[in-house]
Ligand binder design. Structure first.
Ligand code: HEM
Length: 170
């Protein structure tokens, strides 16, 4: 496999790993951590949330950085390699995905922050985590759709009508 294809594959892996970590962590926070912390006394619960937030914030920032770097790399590589194949709606799908990802990143960063806005958002934390999960589900659906428009690696395939008689499927 050519080196450039290996780099593209690694970038794809990193993107999927970061997305799985961020989305999986959000599901865990909403459905496990928040309800389970309810059994603690108010003071212990607050101390637990502060400690959990301190750890989770590093993972959130790392995931955002990896998603942005690998996502931009993937985008420009795919545009460069498969320009002729991509339908016109590819750009629009990418634009919508980018805006949704920006909203998800903003909410996720605010929820682990220390500002007064962060504190206000956290008073309605279930709503904001659910909103982020809904947007993440849309992002994954859009990404899957974008993925159908081109091969994972290798040369641009010839259109069916350009195949010779020997190459046709039957
Ligand atoms: C919450 C944030 C994000 C999630 C959950 C997410 C998720 C995904 C998933 C599941 C894929 C499909 C991977 C594959 O089949 O190879 C993908 C592909 C992709 N993502 Fe993201 N992503 C996020 C953010 C971003 C950002 C910020 C960018 C750009 C700066 C980006 C650019 C891309 C590109 C270009 C692809 C390839 C699409 C294609 O195959 O045509 N993503 N993403």
């Amino acid at each position: 496999m050519p080196v450039v294809d290996v780099v593209n594959l690694v970038s794809r892996w990193l993107h999927i790993m970061a997305a799985a970590t961020a989305v999986g962590g959000t599901i865990f926070a909403l459905l496990v951590v928040l309800p389970a912390a309810g059994v603690l006394a108010p003071e212990a619960r607050e101390a637990f949330h502060v400690a959990a937030r301190r750890r989770w914030s590093k993972i959130v920032m790392g995931a955002i950085a990896v998603l942005l770097i690998s996502g931009l790399y993937n985008y420009f590589t795919i545009k460069h390699n498969y320009r002729e194949l991509l339908p016109r709606w590819y750009e629009a799908a990418f634009g919508i995905k980018f805006l949704l990802a920006f909203a998800v990143f903003t909410i996720a960063s605010l929820l682990v922050g220390r500002t007064s806005l962060a504190q206000r958002l956290r008073s309605n934390i279930r709503f904001w985590l659910s909103a982020n999960l809904l947007m993440a589900a849309l992002i994954i659906a859009i990404s899957g759709l974008m993925r159908t428009t081109h091969p994972a690696a290798g040369p641009v395939p010839k259109p069916v009508w350009a195949k010779t008689g020997a190459e046709t499927d039957n």
